[in-house]
Design a protein around this ligand. Structure first.
Ligand code: ADP
Ligand code: MG
Length: 573
């Protein structure tokens, strides 16, 4: 038997044990040779001369003795121009092409090219000094991809210092054409085309420095930006039960957040959820360009009908794509929906390997895998004084909406912000259903901290009164307490709630948030005196209507001014 080949000695579901003669590497990619088929598999554990591998496809019909060919490479994806707008599965097979050719079910053992290698790109070289010394990530030129400059970089991982020998002149080339030659210290020439592979489980580190995220990532959703902000290059987690608004929120943020590129890793439980993403996303219009949002989006898509291993791969594929565009100096947002499905894939594989189970049968390394995933976020300094960022948001779908479960808990330990969606709020149609009493953020808001604290206090006291009222009724509480309740309700309805389907209200700029919030704070602070509850209720009802009209009319500047005067007049009464 060939040194780089092994043989199957054990099969259990998607996990096979392979005896091999030579040496192999952890996470090495191999191919099971079964008749004319070649099935992709990844080494996940090595013991002596037996490797456990997860097969990315159906293992039906495989048998003991089938040959496995090792590739000496780790599981990788292809990076280069043409990624934007694509919809891939976890192994970077383009899904629309797959559907066109095979009706969504890729015949076993087949894979499709991730990038079109016949398309021509207009390459513009970067002027370089003679024999410029470069390393992985150094931009040699660019092609225009949609509205972005897609830098053609020295492949990541080449870190020993190379002299640029030759770069092709401006012109139209495919990703297969050689566009540059670099020489290593021993004088060996490396030819570069416009695409290269990168192993998905290894973070890309072709940067000068990684910073702590500080700058706010403006999402234009008021409750997030004002109360529970996310920083550019930071991380956040959105747990929420089915129907609580996770998908609508993800779409809102994808459209309106101040971000260049959006990467969606959709790991659905039901095939329907993923189909929904596939159907809805391509219809979304980018408010900035009025063109399809897909032109700056990549979707990685898995359903639970795909083998677990492919689901596991999809989050790493998404992170790698995010890091790749970050290396171009762009701001990237990765939304993983839902990470619970990924965790379940881990649990399944771990169970088959008969590893010692941790809490709720998840593997003991669940926490470290989750932490490693979120650690791929960050703001980085690149050569030539450029900066790029990758922000990672993950949804979690805890069974029964119970946040005390391992995946939510492990995620909460590592993320910088928590947007807990509430079933009660969704049922009451208070959207976005982010729970203001449970959510938190470690990042700084652009609204002064004392105003935030004041507003949060009102929400907490308002909720206490509300809980009391549920027991003793409205008659049972004092007028003062009732006022606190009305203030909390006011804040909720005019500021925390935001209508995703109203063109103006859907997105509130930070300037506008500051402005409205200062007015709302004035109301919260105001000493008001009424003789009876009905009078107070009427006051807040009218004021609320004025504010809601105001929220909906930002773009009509005259009316906006007018509305503000109306509110001021009202408050003077
Ligand atoms: P999930 O993905 O958590 O299952 P969805 O995002 O599909 O839930 O939301 C369910 C429904 O709730 C939507 O179809 C919509 O009617 C409503 N909804 C959710 N978020 C909002 C929002 N921000 N504004 C208005 N309606 C919303
Ligand atoms: Mg959904």
């Amino acid at each position: 038997m060939n040194e780089s080949c092994g043989r199957i000695v054990f099969i259990q579901g998607n996990i096979i044990s392979v005896e091999f003669p030579g040496s192999i590497i952890q996470n090495e990619l191999g191919y099971v040779i079964h008749g004319t088929e070649r099935l992709k598999a990844e080494v996940i554990r090595i013991r002596g001369n037996v490797a456990n591998m997860q097969v990315f496809e159906e293992t039906k019909g495989l048998k003991i003795g089938d040959e496995v060919e090792f590739s000496k490479k780790l599981l990788s994806i292809q990076l280069g121009p043409g990624l934007l707008g694509q919809i891939y599965d976890g192994l970077q097979n383009p899904l629309p092409e797959l559907a066109r050719e095979y009706g969504f079910f890729l015949p076993r053992g087949l894979s499709l090219a991730a990038l079109d290698d016949s398309k021509k790109w207009h390459f513009i070289p970067k002027p370089l000094p003679n024999k410029q010394l470069v390393n992985g990530g150094f931009p040699l030129g660019y092609v225009q991809e949609g509205i972005f400059k897609h830098y053609i970089m020295v492949p990541f991982g080449l870190n020993e210092g190379y002299a640029v020998d030759w770069v092709i002149s401006e012109g139209d080339y495919t990703i297969k054409d050689i566009v540059a030659k670099i020489k290593d210290g021993k004088g060996k020439t490396i030819e570069l085309d416009m695409a290269f592979d990168w192993p998905i489980k290894i973070p890309i580190k072709a940067y000068v420095e990684k910073y702590t995220p500080k700058e706010p990532l403006i999402t234009k959703t008021r409750i997030i930006d004002t109360f529970f902000p996310v920083s550019r290059g930071g991380t956040y987690c959105v747990p929420g039960p089915f129907g609580s608004g996770k998908t609508v929120l993800a779409q809102l943020i994808s459209r309106y957040a101040e971000i260049d590129i959006v990467i969606i890793a959709a790991c659905g439980e039901r095939a329907g959820e993923v189909v929904e993403t596939l159907r809805e996303f391509p219809k979304l219009i980018d408010p900035k360009t009025q063109k399809p949002l897909m032109e700056r989006t990549i979707i990685i898509c898995n359903t639970s009908s795909m083998p677990v291993a492919a689901r596991d791969a999809s989050v790493y594929t998404a992170a790698t794509l995010g890091e790749y565009y970050r290396q171009m100096g762009l701001d990237v947002l990765l939304l993983a929906d839902s990470t619970s499905r990924w965790a379940q894939a881990m649990r399944e594989v771990s169970g088959r390997l008969e590893e010692i189970p941790g809490e709720e049968a998840y593997p003991a390394y669940l926490e470290s895998r989750i932490a490693e995933f979120y650690e791929r976020s960050g703001v980085v300094k690149l050569t030539g004084d450029r900066k790029g960022s990758l922000t990672i948001g993950g949804t979690v779908s805890p069974a029964g909406g119970n946040f005390e479960e391992p995946v939510t808990q492990a995620t909460l330990k590592v993320v910088g912000a928590f947007h807990g969606l509430s079933r009660d709020r969704a049922n009451a149609r208070r959207f976005p259903s982010i729970d203001p009493l449970e959510s938190w953020s470690k990042y700084e808001s652009f609204i002064p901290a004392d105003l935030i604290t004041q507003a949060k206090d009102v929400l907490v006291s308002g909720n206490e009164v509300y809980q009391m009222m549920k027991v003793v009724g409205e008659e049972g509480i004092s007028l003062e307490d009732f006022m606190i309740y009305l203030k909390a309700e006011f804040l909720d309805s005019v500021y925390l709630q935001q209508n995703a389907f109203d063109e103006v209200d859907a997105a509130t700029s930070p300037q506008r948030q500051e402005y409205i919030f200062s007015k709302v704070s004035e109301v919260l602070k105001k000493e008001l005196s009424f003789n009876q509850k009905d009078e107070a209720r009427k006051f807040f009802y009218e004021l609320r209507q004025l504010f809601i009209d105001w929220n909906y009319k930002e773009k009509i500047s005259l009316e906006f001014k007018h509305q503000e005067e109306k509110i001021d007049d009202f408050l003077k009464k």
